[in-house]
Design a protein around this ligand. Structure first.
Ligand SMILES: Nc1ncnc2c1ncn2[C@@H]1O[C@H](COP(=O)(O)OP(=O)(O)O)[C@@H](O)[C@H]1O
Ligand SMILES: [Mg+2]
Length: 290
């Protein structure tokens, strides 16, 4: 299964999209909230059920001990998103953006853990990478989780179909493609995720940003408000337009990943047997409350 990083040029629906894809996937799924500007799911969809004792910040100390300790900490900081089955989990994000600097050396090892979860443990893995900040034409080393973006199977740049949305994203696509060519698995890992707000259609967005639109999500305020703020799910939540299109989006992501693997433009990373064993045992317990 793929590891997909979701990001944007400006706040436009990244977290909502990441949650929708995680909840809509046909496989067991996992969302790592890696936005260096801070996580919003804890106070939003999860309505403060998760204490500050859980979350990605705690992985920094474990990473300094070693990869197996990181894998153990990772599995024990996952929080179930679906209550009962444990098939959908979230790694809650930072509670304070000042913590981001501590994580900059954690990202490469966390990326290995996420790829093991995807490739050996069969999870559809999504990363909320937040708003992308460039410095001298490259992804900023502490204000973005750059290593996660480099190593992702697919990078989805979320954009709204509005003039403002396109104007801001236009400055990102070229440097991002160049960055993926230089440090990642190739520029064709980049796809656009269009949030259907505004007048611009898919082909116009693709043309303006010189990148393919891999999938689109509808403007669906009721479902999005629930994913943003939590509370009682709206009636027919699982069949809502947002969730149905999100399911299709996960299929497009999977197809792109499979195509790229077949083209052998980059080798499938070798599985990490030690990590795979630890994660298999721990992750199947259903996370922190499993
Ligand atoms: N597809 C959508 N339809 C309607 N509203 C949306 C949609 N996606 C996001 N929103 C709303 O836009 C706002 C920002 O969304 P959020 O996912 O928090 O953005 P980001 O993570 O990029 O900052 C929230 O109020 C959210 O409910
Ligand atoms: Mg967000």
């Amino acid at each position: 299964m793929p590891v997909t990083c979701i990001a944007s040029a400006k706040s436009c629906g990244v977290t909502t999209a990441a949650l929708a894809l995680t909840l809509a996937s046909s496989r067991p799924s996992l969302l790592a909230e890696c936005d260096p500007a801070g996580g919003t799911i804890r106070a939003g969809l999860l309505q403060g059920q998760v204490s500050a004792g859980y979350g990605i910040y705690h992985l920094a100390a474990a990473e300094r001990v070693g990869p197996v300790e990181l894998a153990q900490a990772f599995a024990s900081h996952l929080w179930p998103l679906d209550g009962t089955t444990g098939h959908r989990k979230v790694l809650p994000g930072l509670t304070d953006p000042a913590q981001a600097a501590a994580l900059s050396r954690t990202w490469p090892a966390l990326s290995d853990v996420l790829h093991v979860m995807a490739e050996s443990a069969g999870h559809d893995v999504f990363v909320d990478a937040g708003r992308l900040v460039l410095e001298s034409g490259h992804l900023h080393p502490t204000l973005t989780p750059a290593p996660l973006l480099h190593k992702a199977d697919v990078v989805l740049l979320t954009v709204r179909g509005t003039e403002q949305g396109l104007t801001l994203a236009r400055h990102l696509t070229r440097p991002l493609r160049a960055e993926l060519d230089e440090y990642g698995s190739g520029a064709d890992a980049l796809g656009l995720l269009l949030i259907e707000d505004g007048p611009f259609r898919s082909h116009q967005v693709a043309e303006a940003l010189e990148a393919p639109v891999l999938a689109a999500l509808p403007w669906d305020p009721e479902t999005a408000a629930y994913l943003t703020a939590g509370g009682r799910p709206p009636r027919g939540f699982a069949r809502s337009p947002l969730l149905r299109y999100a399911r299709t989006a996960t299929e497009h992501v999977e197809a792109l990943t499979a195509r790229r693997h077949i083209q052998q433009q980059y080798p499938t990373p070798a599985p990490h047997p030690q990590l795979a064993g630890v994660l298999d045992r721990l992750a199947h317990r259903g996370g922190a409350r499993g």
